[in-house]
Write a protein that binds this ligand. Structure first.
Ligand code: SF4
Length: 239
C-alpha cells in the first residue's frame, strides 16, 4: 500500500527505461534513507573523505565481499597511508596483504595507479570522471564512488545489486546483456539521486541489495519499499 494507504504503481513511464515519477522517486528515496539510518553497515572506509583512502577501498571492493575487505583495510591504510607510500611499495608485499581477497592482479593494479598519481598528479587523486576513468582498472563505478564519497558530487553508483533493485521496483528493462553497463540505467539512477543525503542514499542501495533485495529469495516480507515494488506486486499480488 502507498503512503496514503492506496496501492502505488511505480513502473517506468516508458516501455523500457523512462524517468521515475516524482512521487515514486521521493517515496523510494525516503524509504532507502530511513532504512539506512537503522540498518546501514558502518565500514571504516565510509567514514573517510580522503580521496586516496576512498579509491583504495573501492579497488578492494571490486567483485569482493565487503566484510572480507573490512578485515584487511585498516592494516593496508596504516601501512600505505598515501599514494607516495603505495607507489614505493613492493608488489609481493601487496599481494601478501591482499591475499585473502583473491583477485591477485589487484596488487599490481594498486601500485600502477599510485605510480600514475605520483608522477602525473603530484600524489593527488583527480576529481573529474574523465581523469579518474583514465587510471588503470578504474571504470565509471569507481570514478563515481570517488566523486561521491570523497568529493561530495551527487552522482549515482550502479552495480549488479543496485541495478537489480531498480529493475525490480521500477520494472526497468535494459536491452544490454549487462544492464549495469547500460547508460540509460545510469541516467535513470542519476534522476533518482536525492538532493541531500546522496552519499547515504548510495550506501543504502548497496546495503539494501546485499541484505534485503538479494538475487535469490529477496526478503519482500521485510522490505520497506514493498508498497511501490512492481516485482513484489507481480509475484504476490497487490502490495
Ligand atoms: S519488495 Fe522484494 S523485490 Fe521488491 S525491492 Fe523489496 S525485496 Fe526487492
Amino acid at each position: 500500500m502507498g503512503l496514503a494507504g492506496k496501492p502505488v504503481h511505480c513502473a517506468s513511464q516508458s516501455k523500457h527505461i523512462g524517468s521515475p515519477s516524482k512521487s515514486c522517486a521521493k517515496a523510494f528515496q525516503l524509504a532507502m534513507l530511513d532504512w539506512y539510518e537503522k540498518n546501514g553497515r558502518g565500514y571504516l572506509w565510509r567514514s573517510q573523505i580522503d580521496p586516496y583512502k576512498v579509491l583504495v577501498a573501492e579497488i578492494m571492493l571490486q567483485q569482493t565481499n565487503a566484510d572480507r575487505v573490512a578485515q584487511i583495510y585498516p592494516q593496508f591504510i596504516q601501512r600505505f597511508p598515501d599514494t607516495i607510500a603505495l607507489a614505493r611499495s613492493e608488489v609481493e608485499e601487496l599481494k601478501l596483504i591482499l591475499k585473502s581477497l583473491g583477485l591477485d592482479y589487484r596488487a599490481a593494479r594498486l601500485k600502477n595507479i599510485a605510480q600514475k598519481l605520483a608522477t602525473e598528479y603530484g600524489g593527488e587523486v583527480p576529481s573529474t570522471e574523465e581523469t579518474l576513468s583514465a587510471l588503470p582498472g578504474v571504470g565509471l563505478y569507481i570514478a563515481n564512488a570517488v566523486l561521491c564519497f570523497a568529493y561530495s558530487n551527487r552522482v549515482p553508483l550502479i552495480d549488479i545489486n543496485v541495478v537489480r533493485l531498480y529493475e525490480r521496483v521500477f520494472s526497468l528493462r535494459s536491452d544490454k546483456k549487462r544492464a549495469r553497463e547500460d547508460l540509460k540505467i545510469w541516467e535513470f539512477a542519476a534522476e533518482m539521486m536525492p538532493v541531500t543525503g546522496f552519499k547515504k542514499y548510495n550506501w543504502a542501495l548497496i546495503d539494501f541489495g546485499a541484505k534485503i533485495c538479494m538475487s535469490k529469495n529477496p526478503r519482500c516480507d521485510k522490505c520497506t519499499v514493498r508498497f511501490i515494488c512492481n516485482y513484489s506486486s507481480d509475484q504476490y499480488g497487490s502490495n
